[in-house]
Design a protein around this ligand. Structure first.
Ligand code: ZN
Length: 154
């Protein structure tokens, strides 16, 4: 990874840690399909409660209509939740579950699998985190929460 790219990735994480897209749990309409998950990362003190609303796409497939979350923790965990909110909102549910799997593979690779920016968008900025096993859970926290929330919304 070039120094320039590393710097860009660092900036994306800092921006999202501040902006926190999706932060603030939203009420779920009574008739909506939804799921919720609470995740803890005790080694770092990160915590998140994430809510996902599942609707139907024009093609009739299940789609992630909205994501909102409430959390506290380190910059990596909060930025990752914000990036994930932007990435997953509006996508088909199965595609989102695939993205979670893809991100998990990169995060568990200890730096050997590079994220595909075409697939993961801004989440590729967390690639470098995979070299620090202690921080992988920080980056994964929101993703695990979304996966669980979507499976619960079945
Ligand atoms: Zn953390």
């Amino acid at each position: 990874m070039s120094a320039e790219l590393q710097q860009l990735y660092q900036q994306i994480i800092l921006d999202h840690a501040k902006a926190r897209h999706g932060a603030g749990l939203l009420e779920v309409p009574a008739e909506a399909r939804s799921g919720e998950s609470h995740q803890l990362n005790p080694t770092c003190g990160d915590e998140i409660t994430l809510r996902a609303v599942v609707g139907e796409s024009a093609a009739g497939d299940a789609a992630v209509e909205g994501i909102s979350w409430d959390g506290q923790g380190c910059s990596i965990s909060m930025a990752s939740a914000s990036v994930l909110t932007d990435l997953a909102a509006g996508l088909p549910r199965d595609e989102v579950l695939g993205l979670v799997e893809n991100f998990r593979e990169v995060m568990r690779s200890r730096g050997t699998v590079e994220a595909d920016e075409e697939v993961l968008g801004d989440a590729a900025a967390f690639s470098g985190v995979s070299r620090y096993p202690a921080r992988v859970k920080c980056a994964m926290l929101a993703w695990v929460a979304l996966e669980e929330a979507l499976l619960a919304a079945n």
